[in-house]
Design a protein around this ligand. Sequence first.
Ligand code: FE
Length: 193
Amino acid sequence: MNAADRAPGAGPGPLDLLAELFEGEGGAEYFGEEVTQAQHMLQAGALAEAAGAPAHLVAAALLHDVGHFHGTVTGRDLMEEGRDNRHGHTGADWLARWFGPEVTGPVRLHVAAKRYLCTAEPGYAALLSEASVHTLRVQGGPMTPEQARAFEALPGAADAVAVRRWDEQAKDPLMATPDFAHFRPLLAGLLLT
Ligand code: FE
């Protein structure tokens, strides 16, 4: 390979990479839910947008499960073995090359936010899908009251809780969602320079 083949800037940019994930692997089943992984993530982004959320939160909702993709991102195989794949952390670490903490923070904390909400809001656990109840178990179950207090004090905790609520709602097989291209301008505006 000569130097020109490795020229900086060659190859797909971050938004092309993400588009490829949504349009390729994202069409696959999403852990027993009635929507594909791409539909789920697009729905979460659309719900955030419909709620009038700021751009960074729409992006976080759209990208929250990127850590479930394998290949470029990895993680999915562990979950299929019934272990926690730490997909919030994997996804946030992967996205941090292109997006700031206002986007990656809620992605990182969206699993913790589920464990938090199950403790902080009586009845929240009843909103979880069957698959999400199963993963809650491998993710450590509901937080203890002490853990919940510590979570609330984390920067970005409120944003993570907001993403989590859209996450729970974004499993509707009948909901029409915009495609990934719809979100590209919003994502482009958040890319680190
Ligand atoms: Fe999700």
